[in-house]
Design a binder for this molecule. Structure first.
Ligand code: DQA
Length: 147
């Protein structure tokens, strides 16, 4: 079965209570459950990583091909706007990455308007809340199935 890696960046462990007017009240566990349900319907297997540490995320992306993943769905969270290391990791591996954001980063503060990851990603979904993750997963599945 094809394996897809889902990476949640810093502070996303706090979803459910974190800035609920921006991010909603769905917890990270609930997001992962919804993703797992969709993955089952589509016949793919998911692994999840949440980390507040840039290096852990860089390591997971760097290992992704060796670990047997065919695509990555990543919400780099605040590292979206700061991390050359995560962008370089995404660019370094042959595994395509779909960047997702709960909020529409282009509608928010100016410092969020730039994604350092986007030029290395296969594509980006931003602004649809939990649906961003589900759309990102659909896109990843489409990519690995060659659609
Ligand atoms: C986010 C947007 C980022 O700007 C922010 O730092 C996050 C979450 C989102 O999902 O909307 O932590 O990636």
């Amino acid at each position: 079965m094809r394996k897809i890696l889902v990476i949640h960046g810093p502070n996303l462990n706090l979803l459910g209570s974190r800035e609920t007017s921006v991010y909603g009240t769905t917890t990270l566990d609930e997001i992962n459950q919804k993703l797992t349900r969709l993955a089952k319907e589509r016949g793919v297997e998911l692994s999840f990583l949440q980390s507040n540490h840039e290096g852990d995320i860089v390591d997971a992306i760097g290992r992704s091909a060796k670990d047997g993943f065919t695509a990555i769905v990543i919400n780099p969270a605040a590292y979206t706007h700061t991390s050359v290391a995560i962008r370089d990791a995404v660019a370094a591996v042959a595994v395509p990455a779909i960047e997702v954001h709960l909020s529409n980063i282009y509608k928010r503060e100016e410092f969020r308007h730039q994604s350092l990851i986007a030029p290395a990603a296969a594509g980006q979904v931003s602004g649809f809340g939990v649906q961003s993750y589900l759309l990102g997963l659909e896109a990843a599945i489409g990519l690995v199935n060659g659609q």
